[in-house]
Design a binder for this molecule. Structure first.
Ligand code: XIL
Length: 352
């Protein structure tokens, strides 16, 4: 057994156990390398979660870097660790416009039948290899186009312009769900997306598009089970609990489950106060959001990482702060100590 991380005691249950006792499940994105090589990291994941999602090991570029050459070892590091430590695993993501190897982008330009064959071959191998180890999959990630905005002067319409869309039209989405269901009828099949959390006209429009897509798939009897809301939250954006709950309710009225799949919090562009004040503000923002999600009936919640140390908000240059500070948007700090965000999450996840 690995030792407990700093700032915890053996008596205190982790977020996963707290959630479980209230009939919910809590998990986080992990990387298999760190589970194997960093004991403090593995101990924190062990203590705080009941569910894992691989941060990159399930993406196309990781699994099929060359056509027909499948690499399951990175993903197996996660599923093996999960099995040994009795954690469940979600899959992420079968179809996404990022983490596509160059060969795939080129091959998708060769026409619809080639595109469909590639999708089938990938799903065949991935779903056969992970059968019984992964209980649900993000089948299609980020299919909805972003409305016009400051970083997006041109609005492409309802669906994101991707190599898959260009090869197969918008039916690539329905096709992916059907192929996944045919290969494993026991999986929970999820449509995952972002930008649907805030209280703004932009987010209103993104919500409308995602809901319209979900409704269209359900009406067409496409085997869609759940919608995943990534929840990469931004404190610069206003939040309305009422509006967000209403959105979750609309999805659930379609008969779908709603999951929070990648939660983390970007701090405001202008920081105020020291670390303690910043952490309290992150905790308050998290609590408002998570309480609304849970009141709306969300039962599965994952954060995109467990510690600020490894957060993509810190390590990915596209989302990292430009002012030299680092985001503190996950429940544990760099030393695996529980932050006010942890406490806020524990309160909400454990609510009767
Ligand atoms: C991110 C990873 O965290 C980064 O390490 C990687 O560089 C890019 O992808 N939405 C998703 C995730 O669905 O797969 C993304 O993960 C974060 C945004």
């Amino acid at each position: 057994m690995v030792g407990l991380a700093a700032g915890s005691s053996a008596q205190e249950p982790g977020l996963g156990e707290i959630a479980r006792q209230a009939g919910r499940s809590f998990g986080t994105a992990v990387q298999g390398d760190w589970l194997e090589s960093q004991a403090d990291y593995a101990a924190a994941v062990l203590r705080e979660t009941t569910l894992l999602v691989p941060e990159y090991e399930g993406k196309w570029a990781a699994i099929q870097p060359e056509e027909g050459k499948f690499e399951f070892e990175p993903l197996s590091r996660v599923t093996r660790w999960a099995a040994a430590n009795r954690k469940q695993v979600r899959g992420h993501a079968l179809i996404w416009h990022q983490a596509m190897p160059d060969w795939l982008v080129a091959a998708l330009g060769e026409g619809a039948s080639r595109a469909r064959a590639l999708m089938e071959a990938h799903f065949d191998r991935v779903l056969e290899t992970t059968r019984g180890q992964i209980r649900d999959w993000d089948v299609v990630n980020e299919a909805v186009a972003n409305p016009r905005g400051s970083d997006n002067p041109q609005d492409d319409g309802e669906f994101r312009d991707t190599p898959w869309l260009r090869a197969l039209g918008k039916d690539y989405i329905a096709t992916a769900f059907r192929l996944a269901r045919e290969r494993d009828a026991t999986l929970r099949l999820t449509l995952n997306d972002y930008g649907v959390e805030a209280d703004s006209p932009w987010a209103d429009e993104k919500r409308r598009r995602l809901l319209a897509l979900a409704r269209e798939l359900v009406d067409a009897k496409v085997p869609l089970d759940a919608v995943g809301i990534q929840a990469h939250l931004q404190m610069d954006h206003a939040f309305s609990a009422e509006k967000f709950r209403g959105f979750v309710a609309s999805l659930r009225e379609l008969g779908l489950s709603v999951l929070i799949t990648e939660m983390d919090v970007r701090e405001p562009s202008k920081l105020s106060g020291g670390i303690a004040a910043r952490d309290e503000a992150v905790a308050r923002y998290t609590k408002d959001f998570l309480a609304a999600a849970i009141d709306g009936g969300v039962r599965t919640i994952l954060t995109w990482g467990i510690t600020d140390k490894h957060s993509w908000l810190v390590t990915d240059k596209d989302v990292a702060r430009k002012d030299g500070a680092t985001h503190r948007g996950l429940p544990l700090d760099d030393d695996y100590r529980r932050k006010p965000m942890w406490k806020a999450m524990a309160e909400v996840l454990g609510k009767a």
